[in-house]
Design a protein around this ligand. Structure first.
Ligand code: SAM
Ligand code: SF4
Ligand code: F3S
Length: 451
């Protein structure tokens, strides 16, 4: 086709993404898929022919937030041509029919397992203008289609989904209902996609899954994937998230001793420090088992550190249960923690349990977060004047000669450099820190000095 006609046919697609890294990965893959029908990504949200809101359903008011966002899109496009508006993600899966019924401005809802249908949906809407709801669980078809489409992600640090869904059914969680049953992608297809990412410039890959360490494909486990990625010369760093404590199998623990590219930081959500609460959440492990895993990992990799998720004021949580959670925080000294008050989710077993009064729940959350902040502050204080290894991801926008990267523990670090250091790992001496950022100076030597 003539290039001029081709350019005229080019359309713009914008995606606003909420929720976890898996949604971020999905959004990027939707952008890859849509290129096939001449829709190209735009960063301007008021300038799109197709506007997608990729939603998260993990905590309360998720659906209301989506309706607010739809309202914002309407305002934004009041005097412009209406974009095709598609709601994707976990709210689309859980509340898709409600959204379509309530707001005719929405053209389609597509659940997380059906993104392979997106081009057909867009084309149908262009020609017929009818509403579409696609919320079947078609995980196999999704990844079968995705393997045929090149992953165009060109970030230094890239995500790669290896596993979807969850069979654990923690009593508070919507994920088994929005993402469906556990499914692991084909081992070789994952490696092919990893090679694509590395060819595009990725130097760090984070393997993703709702239960990433439950990965199993023809006897291949997460540990096998890490060993295979380790052999990719240009790849410098490997991470994975999110893991369930119950699936920290011995082969995976062993990798920490053998791999030089697997980062010494593990996100291991614990939710509560009380065995009674863990049992009532259906978490399937005790605090002793959790701490045993942490201790084995420390033996195998002495410099390893941990981050975690906590649910505060779960139904039935007494002052004593809450204290146990605070004690666990003090004991493990998680360098980052994500803590939220329990949010009852309709349709989940805990959704109908008696909730703890808001005032008490908020008081506990504040107490817990103060402990977490103190631990984080002390950790950062200890970093001052130490040497850390940073992988630089980009030059900072509107800042002359400043580069942004992350150390092995994912701390954001900024340095001054006249040379372009994007994509390189460098030793940095830490000079100061603020709440969100750490500032350092490049060391002269590239030989890593810290233990
Ligand atoms: N698969 C991971 C695991 O096993 O812990 C967690 C995935 S979930 C998307 C992320 C976090 O959301 C959970 O670790 C939990 O702390 C939080 N979360 C999930 N449901 C919640 C609820 N109903 N109320 C508050 N927080 C919740
Ligand atoms: Fe949700 Fe539990 Fe599954 Fe994690 S393991 S996704 S918290 S049900
Ligand atoms: Fe949210 Fe769905 Fe991820 S509920 S956290 S977007 S799996």
């Amino acid at each position: 086709m003539d290039q001029k006609i081709k350019n005229n046919l080019k359309k713009k697609i914008f995606i606003k993404t909420f929720g976890c890294q898996m949604n971020e990965y999905d959004s990027n893959r939707i952008l890859d898929i849509a290129k096939k029908i001449n829709y190209f990504p735009t960063k301007k949200k008021s300038d799109a022919d197709c506007y997608i809101i990729n939603t998260c359903h993990i905590r309360e008011k998720a659906t209301e937030k989506v309706f607010h966002d739809i309202g914002r899109v309407k305002k934004e496009y009041k005097n412009k041509k209406k974009p095709i508006l598609i709601i994707t993600g976990c709210v689309a899966q859980a509340e898709g029919d409600l959204i379509l019924k309530k707001d005719r401005y929405v053209d389609a809802v597509i659940g997380p397992q059906s993104y392979q249908s997106i081009n057909k949906v867009i084309k149908d809407i262009e020609s017929k203008k009818t509403q579409h709801e696609i919320t079947n669980f078609e995980t196999i078809q999704k990844f079968d289609q995705l393997k045929l489409i090149k992953n165009d992600n060109s970030k230094i640090s890239a995500f790669l989904t290896i596993q979807e869904g969850c069979d654990k059914f923690c009593k508070f969680c919507v994920v088994p209902y929005t993402r469906g049953a556990e499914y692991s992608r084909n081992f070789n297809e994952i490696l092919n996609e990893a090679d694509e990412l590395i060819d595009n410039g990725a130097r760090e890959i984070t393997l993703l899954g709702q239960n990433v360490n439950a990965y199993k494909n023809n006897n291949k486990r997460l540990s096998d994937l890490i060993y295979a990625l380790e052999k990719r010369k240009k790849l410098l760093r490997i991470r994975y998230t999110t893991s369930h404590p119950k699936d920290m199998t011995s082969d995976l623990l062993e990798v920490y001793q053998n791999s030089t590219k697997l980062m010494p930081l593990l996100h291991l959500p614990v939710q509560s420090g009380s065995d009674k609460i863990l049992k009532s959440m259906n978490r399937k492990h005790t605090i002793k088992e959790y701490l045993d895993t942490i201790n084995i990992l420390k033996e195998k990799k002495p410099k390893i550190k941990f981050t975690s998720d906590f649910i505060i004021a779960y139904p039935g949580e007494t002052d004593q249960d809450f204290e146990k959670t605070c004690e666990l925080m003090e004991k493990v000294k998680f360098i980052t923690s994500y803590s939220f008050i329990f949010s009852p989710r309709p349709g989940t077993p805990a959704g109908s349990m008696k909730i703890i009064k808001t005032k008490l729940a908020q008081k506990r959350l504040i107490t817990f977060q103060k402990i977490a902040e103190k631990i984080k502050f002390n950790y950062k204080q200890n970093l001052l004047n130490s040497v850390v290894k940073v992988l630089f991801e980009n030059k900072m926008e509107n800042e002359k000669n400043k580069y942004f990267g992350r150390d092995e523990y994912q701390n954001p670090v900024i340095v001054y450099s006249k040379k372009n250091i994007t994509g390189q790992e460098k030793n940095v001496i830490i000079k100061k820190f603020t709440q969100h950022t750490i500032y350092g100076e490049l060391m002269d030597t590239d030989k890593f000095l810290a233990a």
